[in-house]
Design a protein around this ligand. Structure first.
Ligand code: N01
Length: 536
């Protein structure tokens, strides 16, 4: 005996996936520990607390019942889209309501996990408030999130900047006041698009450093009236069922009509109605928007016209129009007054594609042609997505096989769940699964329930370990690529492809076939005795 604490399962990460996984494992009678590097639960929503942070999936749908329909009935969502504070309240409520905290160790950062073949256990070492500790566990479950490792570009001189530097994905817990300051924001993805209108209200001057314009649509956020909430609650069982049966993980039916078969005036009316309604659902109005360039161009053109209608300075409007890639191939943004913000006299859009940033100086940002004096700098520069958090843990499977080496050219998984050579290790909503291309909470729910049932199967059939068969893993990775190749996704230099982090392999990581098709596949595999998994 090593002296390390023995448990049945170690779960890493206290976001939606980790909390629900812990609940299910506990109900199965497994002695489980959840390790979380933050000082609180909430995952993404614990770290991303920048001004304007909110989810762009509507409140009732960006939630799950945690297999207890009473939760759906008792929680009162206040707005159409949940903001960061409300999501944190919800996650904390979940942790309390299901008594999860007693098995959660906060401020506990996992450093390594090594599989011991003689005992079929994982030795998981983490650094916690009391120093380094090790747990020995049969199952090792990664609920580490797809967007949890901030990407900080290697700007020359960043460390010399005398003002404050913030990253949206690692925002301070105390309030940040930009009143009267000259602020620079680098990055115009979803985080930047949400933050910029809020900072513009406080800053004396705001410089927005944009390398690539994004497509953004209005959120049309507002209170969720008592009447609407009552209706949602009444319909929850049906809504949850619908969410399980669509490609997007949303309750709205998948589109069947094609732009290419629809008269232009009808297409325009559909886009217009969705623009007024708000939400990213505009990209799911027709079945060919993600696969047909000409159809997609019509949506791009529609958004460009909207920008022209909002932004007063035609030159600024022109710069704000995304042109190099199809709508949705980089994740569409959902905003509250983003384009309108560029009509403010204290806001300047700086195009750093044509005039690149050369360094950060003591007093601001230097581009090839100009220097911008700043008091504070916000990096809205995204994440080392999908693989970053997993690759940050020194994971060794059978025969000393290291995940860092095995995934050197991109992630290899079977169903995004299991990796050949890493027995009893499961990843939730990670690379190779639909996760970020769908309503991620719906995707997480499916993964957690599948893993939980799989563990039940192993126990019922006296199997000690489960891991992906390498041939099935290869086939799955090929399938993920084949589906991606049928879409327009490969035309955007997105974080889906690892293109936002210099040197990261360019591999399309999520599964683009939709949640319903994926769920069916997972169920079929389970029904066939977990085909493709080596059960020993
Ligand atoms: O990150 P991003 P994000 N010099 O990678 C720029 C989710 N999310 O945090 O496009 C200059 O999208 C980069 O420019 P470019 C959502 O899934 C959801 O905004 O690489 N610029 C880009 O403009 C989202 O997709 C919500 O040319 C540099 C920006 O930084 C995902 O998180 C809210 C640069 C990064 O955009 C990530 O969004 C927030 C450099 N060296 C986030 N490096 C909601 O639910 C990077 N950039 C609403």
């Amino acid at each position: 005996m090593s002296g390390a604490q023995q448990v049945d399962a170690v779960v890493v990460g206290a976001g939606f996936a980790g909390l629900y996984m812990l609940k299910r494992l506990r109900e199965r009678g497994l002695n489980s520990v959840l390790l979380e590097r933050g000082a609180g639960v909430g995952g993404t929503w614990y770290w991303n607390r920048y001004p304007g942070a909110k989810c762009d999936v509507e409140s009732p749908f960006y939630s799950m019942s945690f297999d207890d329909p009473a939760l759906d009935q008792e929680w009162e969502w206040s707005t159409r889209y949940p903001d960061q504070a409300e999501l944190m309240s919800f996650m904390n409520h979940v942790a309390d309501r299901f008594n999860l905290r007693e098995d959660i160790r906060l401020e506990s950062s996992v450093e390594s996990a090594t599989f011991d073949e003689s005992s079929n256990t994982w030795s998981v070492t983490y650094r916690g408030p009391d120093g380094e500790k090790t747990l020995e566990s049969r199952f090792f479950i990664l609920a580490t999130g797809c967007l949890s490792v901030p990407n900080v570009p290697k700007f020359e001189g960043l460390e010399n900047f005398k003002g404050s530097v913030y990253h949206t994905g690692d925002w301070p817990h105390e309030e940040v006041d930009f009143t009267g300051l000259r602020v620079g924001v680098i990055g115009t993805g979803s985080s930047g698009v949400q933050l910029i209108p809020e900072v513009a209200k406080e800053a004396s001057e705001l410089k927005v450093f944009q390398r690539t314009a994004n497509y953004s649509v209005p959120a049309n956020n507002g209170p969720l009236t008592a009447e609407k909430l009552a209706k949602v609650k009444e319909e929850f069982p049906e809504i949850r069922e619908k969410m399980r049966n669509t490609g997007t993980g949303m309750p709205t039916p998948d589109p069947t009509e094609l732009v290419s078969n629809t008269p232009d005036e009808v297409v325009r009316k559909v886009f217009e109605d969705h623009w007024t309604l708000g939400s990213f659902a505009i990209q799911n109005t027709f079945a060919d928007l993600a696969i047909n360039q000409e159809s997609n161009d019509k949506l791009a053109h529609f958004i460009h016209e909207k920008i022209d209608g909002i932004v007063e300075d035609p030159e600024v409007a022109e710069k704000l129009k995304a042109r190099e890639y199809p709508v949705g191939s980089k994740r569409i943004c959902v905003d509250s007054n983003y384009y309108e913000t560029f009509n403010r006299s204290n806001v300047e859009l700086v195009d750093v594609k044509s005039d690149p940033i050369t360094s950060i100086t003591e007093t601001g940002v230097a581009t090839q042609n100009k220097e911008y004096e700043l008091d504070a700098l916000v990096l809205a520069t995204g994440f080392d997505a999908m693989t970053g958090a997993i690759m940050n843990i020194d994971i060794q499977g059978r025969d000393g096989k290291r995940i860092q080496e095995y995934w050197d050219a991109g992630p290899l998984t079977y169903l995004g769940l299991s990796v050949a050579g890493f027995p009893n290790m499961f990843s939730l909503a990670g690379p190779g699964s639909p996760s970020v291309l769908t309503n991620v909470v719906a995707a997480i729910e499916q993964h957690v329930e599948w893993v939980d049932e799989h563990i039940g199967y192993l126990d019922e059939h006296d199997f000690a370990t489960s891991e992906a068969h390498p041939d099935y893993e290869r086939e799955w990775v090929d399938h993920v690529n084949e589906i991606a190749n049928m879409t327009l996704f490969l035309k955007g230099a997105s974080w889906y492809l690892g293109a936002n982090v210099p040197g990261k392999p360019r591999v399309f990581m999520p599964y683009a076939g939709g949640l319903k098709a994926y769920r069916d596949r997972c169920e079929e595999i389970a029904a066939n005795g977990y085909e493709g998994f080596q059960l020993v």
